[in-house]
Ligand binder design. Structure first.
Ligand code: GLU
Length: 520
């Protein structure tokens, strides 16, 4: 285990790195969320620290069944390992906030008692009416220091009245008492120093009696504290919450162990403007989720895994969206990412998602796969097309064509003719090559091939090549006619790779099939 030096409001101390990925199970995990998890993981592993998975499910209105499992499965597929958390256990269990509900009330009450928070009894209707009233005057209602003593709160009502309302079962919330006109100075590891005047901020709800649950802010701070989190690495959308979080640490008296913060830049649309959304993916034909997703109501969304991407390629691509190694290197294994990663090299500016680049990364990984790896990936596709073959053949055929494939799913289209003889011929090629002269050549070539005993690519080439030259034929003419017979189209790898793979019997059979066709 390694300890790193962290700074807390002027103090420095050695601390074990403990980071957390804290998603809310409100739907499938967006690739922006996967990137947040990835950067947390890389940071933790780089420093020999721990990676925690906490599920923040206190917003019951936005809870989506199946989302938690989806998050866990996605992280597994990506190779992002969890040390403690939901599904893994650990010393701070439970890690699902809905199972920690009794913890939070105590802390909310502590803030009330210390004068950092207060009870508010306003109903949703009353607050709505206030909002409308302000709107009509062209103003925006904000629950803050200006109004808190004029509304139904423990700051305006008598102690007895407050107690009576609580005893009578009236619904209440606890709100944070945001200080007036104070400058909060904050530090972000990516953005540097940030400051804000508290008079621009409102009194956020921390706890609701209606469902006996805390809101995100309270639960988040309490859990980060109890789980001994050293660094909070999360999306930029949480930056506006940072002043409140700083003040909560102060209110609890936890400044000494307050984590350091790093807010990651947004993942932007391919066109640059705005956050990357599912709609962008639908429009431009790429997934924005790691795995295929079916919502409880049956809506579906594409996933990188099912679209035929390698997890390593997906992770490699994501890592470079917002972080750069400071060198020209683009291909990184997970271990190389762990070694090279630092928050200092995460950019402040949003990173534009490029679908072509996702393809490019996948192709790079495809090109380095071995025959054995390719066989495992390709076999299910072959089965789905009703092809019965062995791993060796599947691997070899995929290996020959890997340079032309981008996604795993491309392999079938690129290689199907190895398994199924042409039933039709591509019309253009047929018109171009199926004439009397080429038929005569093909008849002679058939005899040459029939006489060859070693059908390996090199041995066949060593006989056929000089034969074509000795006959004075054009190499292209002969090879393209043979290609028409064996592949049925103008595609495929070198012809000797095709003949070797098909074997003599099948090669001759396909030549005979073409010879049965009338010439044009
Ligand atoms: N539950 C929050 C989310 O869904 C976590 C924010 C944080 O990391 O503090 O993004």
């Amino acid at each position: 285990m390694e300890f790193i030096l962290v700074h807390f409001g002027g103090n420095s101390m050695e601390r074990e790195v403990r980071v957390r990925f804290a998603p809310s199970p409100t739907g499938p995990l967006h690739i922006g969320g996967v990137r947040t998890a990835l950067y947390n993981y890389l940071f933790a592993r780089h420093h020999g620290g721990k990676m925690i998975l906490r599920i923040e499910d206190t917003d019951s209105q936005r809870f989506v069944p199946g989302a938690e499992k989806y998050i866990i499965d996605s992280l597994k597929w990506c190779g992002i390992e969890i040390d403690e958390g939901v599904g893994y256990g650990g010393p701070h269990a439970p890690y699902r906030q809905s199972e920690r509900r009794e913890i939070y009330l105590k802390y909310a009450l502590e803030l009330v008692q210390k004068g950092w928070a207060y009870y508010a009894f306003d109903t949703a209707e009353e607050l709505d009416a206030l909002r409308k009233e302000y709107e009509q005057r062209g103003e925006t209602f904000s629950y803050n220091f200006k109004v808190r003593t004029t509304l139904k709160t423990s700051l305006s009502l008598s102690k007895e009245d407050v107690q009576k309302r609580i005893d009578d079962g009236e619904k209440w919330v606890i709100r944070f008492k945001m200080p007036e006109n104070e400058t909060v100075q904050m530090h972000d590891l990516i953005r540097g120093d940030v400051e804000i005047n508290t008079s621009t901020l409102d009194d956020k709800v921390l706890y609701k009696s209606a469902d006996a649950l805390p809101t995100y802010h309270l639960a988040n701070i309490v859990d980060d504290h109890l789980m001994e989190i050293s660094h909070v690495i999360r999306g930029e959308e949480w930056l506006p919450s940072l002043p409140l979080h700083y003040l909560l640490y102060r209110a609890f008296g936890w400044e000494d162990t307050q984590p350091e913060f790093a807010h990651l830049p947004l993942l932007l649309k391919p066109t640059g403007g705005g956050k990357l959304s599912k709609r962008d993916g639908d429009k431009m034909g790429f997934p924005v989720f790691p795995l295929f997703w079916v919502s409880p109501t049956g809506e579906t969304a594409r996933g990188y895994r099912e679209d035929g991407y390698f997890a390593e390629a997906f992770i490699n691509m994501l890592a470079l969206l917002g972080w750069n190694p400071g060198t020209e290197q683009e291909i990184f294994s997970m271990q190389q990412l762990i070694d090279a990663f630092s928050l200092e090299r995460v950019s402040k500016a949003g990173a534009r998602f490029q679908p072509d680049k996702a393809h490019w990364f996948n192709a790079q990984y495809m090109h380095t796969k071995s025959e054995e790896e390719l066989a495992k990936l390709f076999m299910p596709q072959l089965k789905a097309h009703g092809i019965v073959t062995d791993m060796k053949t599947a691997g070899h055929v995929a290996y020959i064509m890997r340079e032309r494939a981008t996604l795993i799913g491309d392999l079938w289209d690129l290689t199907s003719y190895f398994f199924i003889a042409p039933e039709e011929y591509e019309p253009k090629q047929f018109r171009k090559y199926w004439n009397e002269q080429n038929r005569d050549i093909l008849i002679k070539l058939r005899d040459v091939l029939e006489g060859i005993s070693d059908f390996s690519a090199s041995a066949t080439e060593a006989i056929v090549h000089p034969w074509i030259e000795s006959q004075g034929y054009s190499m292209g003419q002969v090879m393209n006619t043979l290609r028409l017979a064996l592949v049925g189209a103008g595609k495929g790898p070198g012809m000797y790779d095709v003949t070797e793979q098909l074997g003599k019997e099948e090669t001759l059979r396909r030549i005979d099939n073409l010879l049965k066709q009338n010439v044009i």
